[in-house]
Ligand binder design. Sequence first.
Ligand code: MG
Length: 270
Amino acid sequence: MRAAFILGAGLLLANLVLAQKTDSLRARHIEDSLNDIKAHLTEYYSPIPPVITPGSYSYSTAPSDAIILFDGRNLDQWVSTKDSSKKADWILGDSVMTVNKKAGDIQTRAKFTDFQLHIEYRIPANITGSGQARGNSGIFLAALPWYPGGYELQVLDNYKSTTYVNGQVGSMYKQAVPLANACRKPGEWQAYDVIWTAPKFNDHGILMAPARVTVFHNGVVVQNNTTLLGDTPYIGQPAYRVHGAAPIKLQSHGDPSEPISYRNIWLRQL
Ligand code: MG
């Protein structure tokens, strides 16, 4: 009798735990679906920027007054975003650095305000995936320690591969569509040249001047003194929150496609 009671109570408890687990899985599924819907609200598919074949490009060396952020020899100028006391744990080889998806984002040790930035990247020739899951990375022109982590200039493979136009390569993510798609083929080196004017705040934290950005992608202007409405979230609207000088961050995106590489990164303070 007693054993039957214990067995019954045990079964009831197991059922309750199972029901709770199922409920929490269902709740998570509903939350994921809602987040997908919310994310889609800020994605646009037209008009599609014209596809341009960029001119030929030769390896660009840094001018004499540039701060060298990466010349292929070491990652000394970079730290882990998760823990800035730790060195950047990306893969160094053949004078390039390659995203280590397990290690997460990396950012510069130094902080900057207004600057001219040169950076080169390569989508692997054997890239797989589609849309946002194809060679996704990004350059956060000011990395901020709160969601969404700053202002992202998108890096993605859009050579004969499409996605929402405000999230394709050359976009300020979900905020400013590029003026052209000047993508090179996967396997080829590509260059961004950026002029970044950081937002300015007064002593009371009031925005006095929004951020502005000009971007050349493989020598083709894709952002022409674009005024930003704020940071670049995946879900929701851009917003400003007061900040000062900030690191530059490179994104280790969570998609399963092959990781991309970077080289020849330098900056001139303005
Ligand atoms: Mg990205």
